[in-house]
Write a protein that binds this ligand. Sequence first.
Ligand code: XMP
Length: 314
Amino acid sequence: MFSPEAFIEEAVEALRKEISGKAVIAVSGGVDSTTAAVLASRALGKNLRAVYVDTGLMREGEREDVDATLRSLGVRYKVLEAADRFFGELKGIVDPEKKRKVIGNTFVHLFEEEARKVGAEWLIQGTIAPDWIESGGQLRDRIKTHHNVAGLPTSMTLEVVEPLRDLYKDEVRRVARALGVQVAERQPFPGPGLAVRVLGEVTHDRIAVVRAACAVVEEELEKASETGLMERPWQYFAVLLPVKSVGVEGDVRVYGHTIAIRAVASTDGMTASFSPIPQDVLGRMSTRITNEVRGVNRIVYDVTNKPPGTIEWE
Ligand code: XMP
């Protein structure tokens, strides 16, 4: 039986043993990295430099949420402003694996620069079991390069430490709860951020479209599950497709973007089934996204399980 309390004690002890100097950790505000940061901060105190990288690829309100979360947990951190750098590196890239690698490399360069500044030799990561299993661990085929695992360049000089690497998502959530981490109930969000929810080239404009559409999906599905209309999905978001289609606005022809809504039930992200959403909730999301998000004129609902689909589209 998994005991969160015993795990916390062992993980803090193991971090103290393994790390004899300073370490850097990047926090994204998600359950995994926040939990890893609290463990690391308990183990290392002032020898830990926590950073939040503003990639420009995060969800609406994310930076403010991260700030509130980390403050409440007493984890001191620094913001690295890097949006221009990420958009510059991603220019012209459409291949999903290339995107993931470029994002991973850009993160690592930022961490190395920060580590050099503070004299750190270790990099602590919030990697959990499904991340490395799906990145091609344990003789399995590589399904995707999770940026925080196989996306790391081989030239990296920092030593990587992963206190959560043997845990599955439900176990991380239990550890988070035991540590008083408030984001514990929040839905998972991928390391490469909204970049993997924009199929095709990642630009400021296209990220703004998917960010606004994701916010509507989150708001409507949270409302629907709070009022008992449906079960809360494990993960729910919007994807911007690289397809335009013809529509009509007033009596004028438009040629606009397509948004896919994705909502799945899962326990660990390894398998998933698409969530049944009541028709009027689907209708409300469709109306709101087409009214509120500029340039979108078509909404589709993804009814694919995992397998054969993955949860994210890239
Ligand atoms: P897929 O899309 O492979 O995703 O079915 C399984 C779960 O993992 C999340 N995901 C990621 N998490 N780094 C992460 O930390 C990543 O690069 C990454 N890619 C996907 C995904 O959102 C889902 O919860």
